[in-house]
Design a protein around this ligand. Structure first.
Ligand SMILES: [Zn+2]
Length: 147
């Protein structure tokens, strides 16, 4: 398959994933609101509510982080610089994009950036990091979130 065709396929994957995440996040938020409204004063129920609340907000945080990566990738597609490494400006190998459609660097530059601690994605993670360990991030995120 030509690189351009593969890009089109990746765009479809990203859009579908983005829509799914948006739906999930919208669901999580309404669930959180429901839990708060059902606050009935029972200590055990309140503890369960809190646990459920925490799980939901942690999931929402992981999902919103991935959503940010995906939206950045789609933005880069609109500007025609998707698939170009932010480090060395070389095309990112297709196999890497297929494994991680929102990668913004080739593996070499990603590793360099991680070593120097100068990684845009890492800054983003710090802002969004509300206590979820990076090890809990989905397998698809591994190349970005090596800790
Ligand atoms: Zn590179």
């Amino acid at each position: 398959m030509a690189r351009k065709d593969s890009m089109m396929a990746l765009r479809q994957i990203l859009i579908r994933r983005r829509d799914a995440l948006r739906t999930a996040l919208a669901g999580d938020l309404s669930l959180l609101k429901e839990l708060r409204q059902q606050n009935n004063g029972d200590v055990i129920d309140a503890a369960l509510d809190t646990a459920q609340d925490e799980i939901s907000s942690q999931l929402a945080e992981v999902e919103s982080r991935e959503l940010t990566h995906i939206e950045t990738a789609l933005e880069r597609m609109r500007h025609g610089n998707y698939g170009k490494c932010e480090g060395c400006a070389q095309p990112i190998p297709l196999a890497r994009l297929q494994a991680l459609p929102y990668a913004t660097m080739c593996i070499q530059c990603q590793r360099e950036a991680e070593k120097s601690g100068d990684l845009p994605a890492a800054n983003l993670n710090r802002i969004l990091d509300l206590g979820v360990a990076d090890s809990e991030v989905s397998a698809g995120d591994l190349e970005i979130d090596v800790s």
